[in-house]
Design a protein around this ligand. Structure first.
Ligand code: CTP
Length: 210
């Protein structure tokens, strides 16, 4: 299986970047869990302090969304399951300065251009025998936004985290999720991320192998 994890960093100049608060915790917890179920796991990870412990996990470290996409594209045809747990930056600076940008004036504008949507791009190439899982972190219209992403990215399953739930999301060791499929929605209690990973893997296994 193939799994993306962590944030991406999009460089502005040699010392600055655009990033986000993703730690990679959820992605690496999932990788461990899949490996414990007997899967060979390829993790494509953005900048993170997380490390894999199970010998069946191989980690490829990347920095930007473009690098993550290149690594994922290469491995995707060989994987039965794709899990997109990375918090990919939606935009990147149009121009990356090769020199440090010096302070001048009272305001600075950086033009951003859209990054590749890795899950959506892969969704277009997904075969019938492949199973894709995405994540959605929402603050408003949670369910309908998640369902829209399920369709647009051609996912089989989307794991919805609401930022409105205390203890869920970035920087917490706990998470509260609802797993949305085309014709089902399963809500789980607030749990440790390792247990959340177990719930996700169990449901994927049920759908694929039960
Ligand atoms: N994703 C991705 N590549 C991107 C953006 C998102 O692969 N450039 C994946 C994420 O890993 C996640 C899912 O798509 O599994 C949803 O990510 P999210 O950021 O919530 O959705 P967006 O499509 O970026 O929508 P928005 O930020 O507008 O809510």
């Amino acid at each position: 299986m193939l799994l993306t994890a962590g944030p991406t960093y999009e460089p502005i100049d040699p010392v600055r970047f655009i990033g986000n608060h993703s730690t990679g915790k959820m992605g690496f917890a999932l990788a461990e869990c899949f490996a414990q179920h007997g899967a060979q796991v390829q993790v494509i990870a953005g900048p993170t302090h997380m490390q894999a412990t199970h010998p069946a996990i191989t980690v490829t470290a990347v920095t930007t969304a473009d690098e993550m996409y290149a690594a994922v594209k290469e491995l995707a045809p060989w994987a039965d399951i794709w899990v997109f747990a990375a918090a990919v930056a939606d935009y990147k600076p149009k121009v990356v300065s090769d020199r440090k940008i010096k302070k001048s004036g009272n305001a600075l504008t950086i033009e951003l251009v859209k990054n590749v949507d890795i899950a959506a791009a892969l969704g277009k190439e997904k075969r019938e025998d492949q199973f894709a899982v995405g994540f959605a972190l929402e603050t408003d219209n949670e369910s309908s936004n998640a369902r829209e992403k399920l369709q647009k990215k051609n996912l089989n399953m989307i794991v919805l985290n609401s930022l409105n739930d205390p203890g869920a999301g970035f920087k917490h060791d706990t998470n509260k999720i609802t797993i949305i499929e085309r014709d089902a929605a399963t809500a789980f209690e607030l749990k440790q991320k390792s247990q959340v990973a177990q719930d996700i893997v169990n449901l994927i296994w049920e759908r694929l192998y039960a």
